[in-house]
Design a binder for this molecule. Structure first.
Ligand code: UD1
Ligand code: CA
Length: 454
């Protein structure tokens, strides 16, 4: 394979989004538009360089790009159009020969397979430019692919410049192109801005290359829903719906039961094991990994978690935590970041756990708050138990060793350590450490008196 390079055009204002966030950082299925495009580029070819053209709110986009080791960026100072944007990449590419794939940063649904096919076609036919086109129901807003009577590709006409007849053409420009680097820059410099938007249109490079006698082609390889460009919030929601359906189908094909796919929201990078059942109105977000035979939902949100096999979670929120085998969470629990629930743990009925490790077989089943704690194995945390971990300034640790039985409504004032097999009487407020195997009571003795005036 010859050298392949990539450029993502991501400098546009995104005016129609009406947002302070740059358009390419808006998310579809939990991932930024730009991220979808970069991932697509990287999986479609082994790129020698991947250059992102930034402009609008560039500091944010540049910062965002830091996570991608193989990308570089160039800055488009003024937004003069897509041709001008691509020209900014010349300084990084002018000493190279090979092929260039250009994508817009606002088309998150494109498949890597499609780009691979486009590139293959481009190289095999020795084209100077190959445009990925698609036949669509509604071409409104897209550039139209204009061909002569023999079907030869002549030019791309933008919506605003199209004649009445051209507007009827339903083969549109996806905004994805392959170029031969040898001829690109010269042609790009010939593009002018004599159009109603006074922009340098990248699409005009086609008629210029045709004039030079270079070979150009538009190939209708894309499905309408794959090339949807996101320009406003309605299209953002539409893209989300399309991608969500695709993600759900992929999981179902892999052996996951999704009871109600329309109301199940799984982010792009989530992994789910076979025979797991996902019930309605469940959101599984970020880099979550779920094992086999789990039952998740209904009404549950899981973000960036690692969940092992046979776990059941219902009506709960779980964030940035590790959940080991056979754990049961919910109904109505909140597991907050940096928590580890080890095998066979149960947390349920309005209990919250934060930044704590809970050992094998321990139970926190009713109305508790456990924060900054280390809970050993087979510990029973009684109903209403609270770790008092915060004095208003600092956070302190609570250690509850194996097989401790904490009675109901106990306050554990941290820092405090409870030895192995201790029994804490109900209603106690524990402020001092307790040695192993003791019974500890810290509450006022009950006094019963004669009731007056009765
Ligand atoms: C563009 C195409 C159109 C195609 C459609 C597909 C042009 C002139 N038109 O139209 O034929 O059907 O995409 O979705 O290219 N950009 C910059 N700098 C600029 C201007 C734009 O980086 O100065 C970037 C934008 O961030 C965006 C891309 O170029 O990623 C396309 O710009 P946009 O304004 O979205 O063009 P469309 O009107 O959608
Ligand atoms: Ca667009």
């Amino acid at each position: 394979m010859e050298n392949v390079f990539g450029v993502v055009l991501a400098a546009g204002q995104g005016t129609r989004m009406k947002s302070s966030l740059p358009k390419v950082l808006h998310k579809v299925c939990g991932k930024e538009l730009l991220s979808h495009v970069i991932d697509c580029m990287n999986s479609s070819a082994k790129l020698k360089k991947l250059i992102v053209v930034v402009g609008n709110a560039s500091e944010l986009v540049i910062k965002y790009l830091e996570q991608y080791k193989n990308t570089e960026h160039v800055f488009q100072k003024e937004r003069l159009g897509s041709a001008h944007a691509l020209l900014q990449a010349e300084k990084k590419l002018k000493n190279f020969s090979g092929h260039l794939v250009v994508m817009c940063g606002d088309t998150p649904l494109v498949k890597a397979r499609t780009i691979k096919d486009l590139l293959k076609w481009h190289i095999r036919n020795k084209n100077a430019a190959t445009v990925l086109s698609g036949k669509v129901q509604n071409p409104l807003g897209y550039g139209r692919i204009v061909r002569n009577s023999e079907g030869r590709f002549l030019e791309i006409v933008e919506e605003k410049s199209a004649t009445y007849e051209q507007k009827k053409i339903n083969e549109i420009n996806s905004g994805i192109y392959c170029f031969d680097l040898k001829v690109l820059w010269k042609a790009l410099k010939k593009v002018d801005n004599k159009n109603s938007k006074k922009e340098y249109y990248l699409t005009d490079v086609i008629s210029i290359l045709n004039k030079y006698g270079s070979k150009t082609d538009a190939v209708d390889l894309a499905r309408e829903e794959d090339i949807l460009g996101i320009n406003d919030r309605t299209q953002l929601a539409e893209a989300d719906m399309i991608m969500r359906a695709e993600i759900n189908i992929k999981h179902m094909e892999n052996g996951v039961t999704i009871v109600d796919p329309v109301n199940t929201y799984i982010d792009k990078d989530v992994i789910v094991g076979q025979d797991t059942i996902i019930k309605p109105n469940t959101h599984i977000e970020g880099k979550t990994k779920i094992g086999k035979n789990c039952v998740i939902g209904p009404d549950t949100t899981i973000t960036d978690c690692k969940i092992d096999d046979n776990v059941a979670i219902e009506y709960s929120c779980v964030e940035k935590s590790q959940i080991k085998k056979n754990v049961k969470i919910g109904p109505f629990s909140h597991i907050r970041p940096e928590t580890v629930l080890k095998e066979n743990v149960k947390v349920g009925n309005f209990s919250e756990v934060k930044k704590s490790v809970v050992g094998d077989g321990s139970k926190i089943n009713h109305l508790s708050y456990i924060g900054d704690a280390h809970v050993g194995k087979k510990v029973n945390i009684g109903a209403g138990t609270i770790t008092c971990n915060y004095d208003g300034i600092n956070k302190f640790k609570t250690v509850i060793n194996d097989e401790v039985f904490v009675g109901s409504n106990v306050n554990l004032v941290a820092p405090v350590t409870i030895g192995k097999k201790v029994l804490i009487a109900a209603g106690s407020t524990i402020t001092d450490d307790v040695l192993p195997n003791k019974l500890t009571i810290a509450r006022a003795r009950q006094i019963t008196k004669v009731r007056k005036n009765k």
